[in-house]
Design a protein around this ligand. Structure first.
Ligand code: SF4
Ligand code: SF4
Length: 66
C-alpha cells in the first residue's frame, strides 16, 4: 500500500498539503508539522506534488490491515 510519509525535519507547517488532500488525511499538528492519518490516505500523491519543501512523499508501506 502506498501512503504519504512526512519527513518532519523538512516540514515548515505551511499547510499546503492539508489544503490539497482530497481525503482530509493531513492535519498540521500543533502548528509544527504535517501529520498524516495513514488510515485515511489513499496514496494519490497530490500532497507530494504540492509540498514546497519536498518534505512529504508517497512511499510503499506495509499494509497492517487496520
Ligand atoms: S497521498 Fe493523497 S490521500 Fe494521502 S495524504 Fe497525500 S494527498 Fe492525502
Ligand atoms: S506542504 Fe510540505 S512543508 Fe507544507 S505542511 Fe505539508 S509537508 Fe509540511
Amino acid at each position: 500500500m502506498k501512503r504519504a510519509v512526512n519527513d518532519t525535519g523538512r516540514c515548515v507547517a505551511c499547510g499546503v498539503c492539508a489544503l490539497q488532500c482530497p481525503r482530509g488525511a493531513i492535519n498540521i499538528y500543533r502548528g509544527c508539522f504535517a501529520d498524516v492519518n495513514t488510515s485515511m490516505c489513499v496514496g494519490c500523491g497530490i500532497c507530494e506534488k504540492a509540498c514546497p519543501t519536498g518534505s512529504i512523499t508517497v512511499r510503499e508501506t506495509e499494509d497492517t490491515g487496520i
